[in-house]
Design a protein around this ligand. Structure first.
Ligand code: GLU
Length: 319
């Protein structure tokens, strides 16, 4: 197991204070091995497929809004007076609890609040359901959540299990490292490098396919940050949006290299609930047109991503 050596400095300091307890012939303070606490469920050698991703569908193609009304969409909810929304509450910038206000905050949260307001007539008629990446598909299909807005990539594999809205943000996978590490991109990773990433994400498969490095997975990718700070891993890899949020928290870290995957974000619904997907697609179209989407982008991502202008968001439908 990983261990970190620390000097037993407290005892030495105490001795200095009590001057009388040290004599010139005392041995130096002992090295003490303190185990680094590791997150539950960490896997240093996950079993990952090296198969190329399924490209048998157009992952961006959702359902044209049509004429589904808010009332019709509400009838599809597990409880018509309350919308349950799956989110992250620990991903800085995207979905997190603001330590000052204690409010849920972030890009995904504001997108979700806007949908709730237009669907329910009030952003208060929401029950937030925090979850990790691996819980998203099950959450919508078990009615634990009516929809999930949680940095979720739309891909053909997931389309088998859930319905998706049209794309509401286009992310890409990158690397986060200690600024002094000398790692400047994917090409600098060797088999000796350990790269932390989230289980149930697209990220472990991508890094496994595209580099020599050893992926290390944790149930919640947010736990990777401490592991990088402690030196247990050499890098973190996940979406640029999430890495930007970690870099804001620790200025000694840097996001490096070019994006090496396409991570189009969609809102997920239970398989078969195409009516709710249609309604939400109408809301997303309105938000893009009336400037709400750009405002949310500017509030959360423009500065951390160093991309002041909102990128284009395009709606794509199956017909
Ligand atoms: N967007 C990627 C995914 O949906 C990685 C981020 C995450 O796990 O939420 O798998």
């Amino acid at each position: 197991m990983m261990r970190q050596k620390i000097q037993f400095a407290t005892a030495a300091a105490a001795c200095l204070l009590l001057a009388a307890c040290a004599t010139p012939s005392d041995p130096p303070p002992p090295d003490v091995e303190v185990p680094v606490p590791l997150p539950e469920g960490i896997d240093f050698d996950p079993d990952l497929s090296t198969e190329p991703p399924d490209d048998s569908c157009d992952p961006l193609a959702s359902y044209r809004p049509g004429s589904v009304t808010a009332e019709e969409a509400r009838e599809t909810l597990a409880e018509p007076d309350l919308v349950r929304i799956g989110i992250s509450q620990s991903t800085n910038l995207m979905g997190y609890r603001d330590p000052v206000s204690n409010d849920l905050s972030g890009f995904d949260i504001d997108i979700a609040r806007e949908i709730a307001e237009r669907l329910m007539g009030s952003a208060d008629a929401v029950q937030w359901v925090p979850m990790t990446s691996s819980e998203r598909e099950e959450a919508v299909n078990s009615e634990r959540a009516d929809l999930v807005v949680r940095t979720m990539t739309m891909n053909c594999e997931r389309w088998q299990e859930v319905e998706f809205s049209t794309e509401y943000y286009h992310a890409g996978q990158r690397l986060l490292v200690q600024s002094e590490s000398g790692i400047e991109g994917l090409e600098d990773l060797t088999a000796d490098h350990q790269v932390c990433t989230g289980e149930g994400s697209t990220s472990p498969g991508n890094i496994n396919r595209l580099s020599e490095a050893q992926p290390v997975t944790v149930p919640d990718f947010n736990d990777c940050l401490v592991l990088l700070q402690q030196g247990v891993v050499d890098a973190i890899t996940t979406d640029d949006t999430i890495l930007a949020g970690m870099a804001v928290q620790d200025p000694t870290l840097a996001v490096v290299g070019e994006p090496f995957s396409e991570e189009p974000y969609g809102i997920a619904f239970a398989k078969g609930n195409t009516e709710l997907a249609q309604y939400v697609n109408g809301v997303l179209e309105d938000m893009i047109e009336d400037g709400t989407w750009a405002e949310i982008y500017e509030r959360w991502l423009a500065t951390p991503l160093d991309q002041p202008d909102p990128p284009p968001v395009t709606t794509t439908y199956q017909d």
